[in-house]
Write a protein that binds this ligand. Structure first.
Ligand code: PHE
Length: 384
């Protein structure tokens, strides 16, 4: 029989754990409720390639935390959130989550925005049995990691389907696609789009890899097919480069994409004016919970919140609700309470956690206009 290196070290770790458990005469596991504060963890891309994501969701989270502590905290205690910067890197995400769990003994983890990093960090949370709540990771696989992994946003199965629906509603008959194959999020969205759009109307299907800088070859191939629009399910970091290179090559058709476009860099790029992307919320949404949040956020930070900000805010709010419902800071009790969250009145809409630990939410299509806040073009509700 052959053993892989991973299997041998896994078996060894298990043997050591059993031995240690016996040696300590069933030493009591860590008592999360004996602490004078409630300690939570967050991992986020505060620096590195996609720093806009982490900084923004952290801003939202900190605003919620401030409000929670100002109104007396939770279970009669103040709440602290220890934040680890993963520098937009998946390996660092694993290290960050390990530190939060083993060094800081956090009761629960909030993070990440990017699906690829939530997949990495989520594995550690699941094997350590510490609940993780992702504010913004939409790739379907994220919550499939296990029963301790939750999210407060919709998934890319829905987002891709709605993008296909929007393309049909626009009357686009020739759609080209350009996918980032180094990004789980991009690949997932591309798959969902293809499942919901007539195959004979997809005139080109090109790929690139995150951090590529030159897209001339793919754009030339796409240009030759004369598409009505180009579906680009990518992050803002590449979106700007690609759209600008396309405009320079004389391509004037609209690009459209998903929530990964959301960044001040997209709004301030004149080449993206006239493009569309699907997103979690519009700052122009008149609902009371949204407008209350938008005002408080603008007062604290001096600008309008984007989707990551609103989701960071709601993730902290939902986590606080779960701790209140659980009446405990114990990870298992918080997990069980998260699974039962229903009709939470979030700034990003009503949040109900379903049996797959996902949230079912409405989606908006935003239109880039060159103003700091994009226009709300359309809204689609779940089930559409
Ligand atoms: N949904 C993206 C992902 O899963 C992250 C993201 C969320 C980006 C919200 C922008 C806004 O990778």
């Amino acid at each position: 029989m052959k053993f892989t290196k991973a299997a041998v070290s896994g078996a060894l770790a298990l043997a050591v754990a059993i031995f240690a458990g016996q040696g300590a005469c069933r030493k009591k596991t860590f008592d999360y409720d004996a602490r004078s504060t409630i300690v939570l963890g967050q991992y986020a891309s505060l620096t590195g390639g996609t720093a806009d994501f982490g900084k923004s969701s952290n801003d939202g989270l900190q605003l919620a935390l401030e409000q929670i502590n100002a109104s007396g905290g939770l279970l009669g205690k103040q709440v602290s959130v220890t934040t680890e910067d993963d520098q937009s890197n998946s390996d660092n995400a694993v290290a960050a989550v390990s530190k939060l769990i083993n060094r800081d003994k956090v009761s629960a983890v909030i993070g990440e925005v990017a699906s690829t990093r939530s997949l990495s960090g989520g594995g550690i949370c699941q094997s350590s049995r510490i609940p993780m709540l992702s504010p913004a990771s939409t790739n379907p696989q994220v919550t499939k990691t296990g029963d301790y992994i939750f999210r407060i946003c919709f998934t890319d199965d829905f987002q891709g389907k709605i993008c296909a629906r929007f393309a049909k509603d626009q009357g686009w008959k020739r759609v080209a696609m350009l996918t980032d194959t180094a990004n789980a999020y991009s690949k997932g969205l591309a798959t969902a789009f293809k499942e919901n759009f007539p195959v004979d109307m997809i005139v080109a299907d090109e790929n690139f890899k995150a951090e590529d800088k030159n897209f001339e070859a793919q754009l030339n191939k796409i240009k030759a097919t004369n598409p009505d629009a180009i579906y680009l399910p990518a992050y803002y970091t590449e979106v700007g480069l690609i759209v600008t290179q396309a405009r320079r090559a004389g391509m004037t058709m609209p690009f459209f994409g998903g929530d990964g476009w959301d960044s001040p860099q997209t709004q301030s790029n004149p080449d993206t004016v006239g493009c569309f992307y699907s997103d979690h919320y519009s700052a122009n949404d008149p609902s009371e919970a949204t407008q209350k949040f938008v005002k408080a956020f603008a007062k604290k930070y001096g600008h309008q919140p984007d989707a990551m900000a609103v989701l960071g805010y709601d993730a902290m709010g939902v986590m606080a609700q779960a701790i209140k419902d659980a009446g405990s800071a114990d990870p298992k009790a918080i997990r069980d309470a998260l699974a039962k969250i229903k009709n939470y009145d979030g700034a990003s809409g009503q949040i109900t956690i379903d049996e797959n630990r996902n949230a079912t939410k409405s989606i908006v299509i935003l239109n880039v206009t060159g103003k700091p806040v994009p226009d709300l073009a359309k809204r689609y509700d779940p089930g559409e």
